[in-house]
Write a protein that binds this ligand. Structure first.
Ligand code: DCP
Ligand code: MG
Length: 377
């Protein structure tokens, strides 16, 4: 049975007061992670391994048993065996274990089959590893929880494997949620439950808080995410720099990182060399004509973009780039420029000249996709 942590029907008033602009950024994100992925595939393919402590090893045939555990079935984990453990240690902890070699190409095939299931629900799929992905299902009219349940059922019925899912208003929350109940879990955090969900979790559950940062935070009497959320933002910035602001946002349930689909590695770019005496005004005009070229290309391909990058090469040969990713879908020249010009201003040009300037867009989204809304709807 799945453990569904869904306190939506509780009658308490919502704790989390989200401003209008923030609530417009709430999305429906599902984080999915397959359970004991390599080991589960081996157990599925060989029923005699069901319920057995299966340990899949990278370099099983290496001399002197120098292999390392890739993963262990949940039965083997009871003996303390886990990923990245040296084979010799795993053998000591679990002598009755069934040790198998990694079949990476085959697991990749299964991973592609999992992705195919995801793609029926959204095109915004960001694979993080062979068995873990973020899905942005905001544009799918179905409830995110229904979608997560349907995906889990389909993975079970079509592939005979189990996955754990977390549903939340952003990537940070969805990932934390999916880590709550494993294996075969489903944890849902609705926007008004975010604050309560985060409050008592240890600070080290925040992405980027490693042992050193954890010690520093603890020395400030910050042990829980709730304590971090209540801490002074300016002080966090002074002590931890930009990262401090990121921690503060996460602690307050804010995460603006978009789900970046795999195909978004594609980019469209235009660039040109500048003359010796090109003024800033004409640089802006040149940028506008580069933007026009990109708009034409995007329209022809039926794409829009989420990321804009400005690249300049200076007369000292140094190259500098500035990028910005937005929630909206960009296609028109004016929209591209509205992002590109401030990016250009961010580049420190004191005493230098721009030799070459480039504009590119990436994070491309297809407009032909059934789950993509029409532009500017
Ligand atoms: N993997 C690996 N080496 C590691 C960690 C993981 O080769 N150090 C491989 C084996 C895993 C797969 O990647 O099966 C997915 O990694 P996960 O961390 O998601 O672990 P599992 O899916 O095995 O277990 P869980 O149920 O905890 O997700
Ligand atoms: Mg996994």
């Amino acid at each position: 049975m799945w453990q569904i942590q869904n306190r939506e029907r509780e009658e308490e008033p919502p704790h989390f007061r989200i401003s209008a602009s923030l609530s417009s950024m709430l999305r429906k994100i599902i984080h999915l992670d397959m359970d004991a992925f390599y080991a589960s595939i081996e157990q599925r393919d060989n029923p005699s391994l069901k319920g057995q402590p299966v340990i899949v090893v990278m370099g099983l045939d290496a001399p002197h048993r120098h292999g390392a555990v890739a993963t262990a079935s949940y039965e083997a984990r009871k003996f303390g065996v886990h990923s990245a453990m040296p084979l010799a240690q795993a053998t000591r902890l679990c002598p009755q274990g069934i040790f198998l070699p990694v079949r990476l190409e085959y697991y990749r095939q299964v991973s592609r089959q999992v992705m195919e299931i995801f793609s029926q629900y959204t095109s915004l799929i960001e694979p993080v590893s062979i068995d873990e992905s973020y899905l942005d299902v905001t544009e799918n009219p179905r409830d995110a929880v229904d979608i997560a349940i349907a995906i889990k059922q389909e993975i079970k019925s079509r592939l005979n494997l189990t996955a754990t899912a977390g549903v939340g208003p952003n990537k940070f929350i969805a990932k934390l949620a999916s880590g709550m109940h494993k294996p075969d879990g489903l944890t849902v955090v609705r926007p008004h439950q975010v604050q309560e969900f985060l409050r008592d979790l240890p600070v080290e559950s925040i992405l980027g808080v490693g042992p050193v940062t954890q010690r520093k935070l603890n020395s400030l009497k910050i042990f829980t995410i709730g304590q971090l959320a209540a801490f002074d933002r300016t002080q966090l910035k002074e002590r931890f720099g930009k990262l401090g602001l990121q921690f503060y946002d996460f602690a307050n349930g804010i995460d603006l990182r978009p789900v970046v689909p795999a195909r978004s590695h594609m980019q469209i770019s235009r660039e040109t060399t500048l003359g010796n005496r090109t003024s800033m005004d004409s640089i802006q005009q040149i940028l506008a004509s580069l933007a026009e070229g990109i708009e034409d290309h995007l329209k022809k391909e039926g794409h829009c973009a989420r990321t804009v990058t400005v690249k300049v090469r200076l007369d000292n040969q140094r190259q500098m780039t500035r990028s910005r990713t937005v929630f909206g879908k960009l296609q028109h020249k004016e929209e591209l420029l509205k992002i590109a010009l401030p990016l250009l201003e961010k580049i420190d040009l004191k005493g230098k000249k721009i030799r070459r300037i480039g504009l590119s867009v990436s994070n491309l989204i297809s407009l032909k996709d059934p789950y993509q809304p029409q532009l500017f709807d």
